[in-house]
Design a protein around this ligand. Structure first.
Ligand code: FES
Length: 118
């Protein structure tokens, strides 16, 4: 069972291959945003990795980050908890001015992932 550490919130045991965005929300109880419902479109689920950044990436994540000119962050809706990770939750509902965090992401990665090894 992988361990997820969210800076300022603690370390949590997470089910194997759980989507990172759901682990942050459900296990670490962080009010992370997921405005597009976990579909690699909005980038509001972005996190900074402190440790354990995955080398593999979905094509959707790579394309969206490039389109927005983002670097140094990853999209938690496009990452599976398959090893220990430590992250900083930098995009939260609190202070965002949004009424809610966004639609609930499905249990599996959407769109269906095509993986690229980094
Ligand atoms: S990109 Fe929208 S929730 Fe991840």
């Amino acid at each position: 069972m992988p361990k997820l550490t969210v800076e300022g919130y603690g370390t949590f045991d997470v089910a194997d291959d759980k989507r990172l965005v759901l682990a942050i929300e459900q296990d670490a109880k962080v009010d992370i945003l997921h405005a597009c419902g976990g579909n690699a479109r909005c980038t509001t689920c972005r996190v900074e990795f402190i440790d354990g950044e995955p080398t593999k990436q979905t094509v959707a994540e790579q394309e969206r980050l490039a389109a927005r000119g983002l670097s140094g962050v990853r999209l938690s809706c496009q990452i599976l908890c398959d090893h220990d990770m430590s992250v900083r939750a930098i995009s939260r509902l609190e202070g965002s001015g949004r009424p809610d965090p966004g639609g609930a992401p499905q249990e599996s990665i959407t769109p269906p992932p095509q993986w690229i090894e980094g």
